[in-house]
Write a protein that binds this ligand. Sequence first.
Ligand code: MRU
Length: 342
Amino acid sequence: MSTPTIEWVGDADGHLRLIDQTKLPVKTAVLNCDTVDDVWWAIKKLSVRGAPAIGIAAAYGVVLAASDSHESIKTACDHLATSRPTAVNLFWALDRMRRVAEDASDADLAECLLTEARAIHAEDAEQCAAIGRHGADLLERTLSKASGILTHCNTGALATGGDGTALAVLFELHRRGFAPHVYADETRPLLQGSRLTMWELNDRGVEATLICDSMAAHVMREGRVAAAIVGADRIAANGDAANKIGTYSVALLCKAHDLPFYVAAPSTTFDLSLASGDEIPIEERAAEEVTQPGGVTFAPDGVNVYNPAFDVTPADLISGIVTERGVIAPVDKGSVGRLITN
Ligand code: MRU
């Protein structure tokens, strides 16, 4: 991608520049954030989205408060933490920024915070690359070359500081000449699959076909896909994984069709403080996202709407979790604990 998803411009007194993902695929617009509140809104409105990307953007957001005082850093972290509830990467990144602020002197504060935000960004890029390699090794071992692979939501360079999580696996397979045909769920209601994943796959020259979410069962029954791979926003200690609404349905469909269902996520997406997925907070978003997507009215005025942005896939439906440290399989409390220590 010629325009970076997330970029800090200038020195410690600089600003954050994001691709405004709400405008894709129609145009590649950038959004400059000069204040903590600009970053809060960018996260809230999904101008920047995807669990790792939210954490990275928030970390840079804290730097924007650094010219004031230590107290303003605490306020900034508390504020940014209210932007979205489900992706744990947000809280993980803010905790890192808080710890750095505690140890920094007033004179060094801005510089130390920028260094830490850049480190969070760079580490995520490295983790994406490792996830790509581990996931590609796994799928190369288990699938035949002609396989189709289904994915849901967007888990690529737009969602992370690097090449992505589930999409990094597909990009790596493509690089190796093991050419999977990707089936991308459109991912209602906000269409991250059709708007963002198809845009990224096209950009990289990966063979892909867009389907509506409701077509996944049919596509599996026809034998078009041999596996599904998705990302995650928060994974509990027992391996239950929260991801974009509709992911749980994909996992159930995989089980019904005897297909492997994989999750790809960095260790920063695990929350070992939660025993199971029942404890993961699920964001509910505005009714208009369902009734008026893109400003076009799809439902009568005033109807009741339930719009959870995420669902939880129980660990027993997950064939393996691909992390930067290797693959967790089978997925249970013991195997998660052995690979991940937060
Ligand atoms: O609401 P979004 O677009 O932020 O949801 C994103 C997802 O659910 C992704 O699948 C998840 O964050 C993994 S991103 C590598």
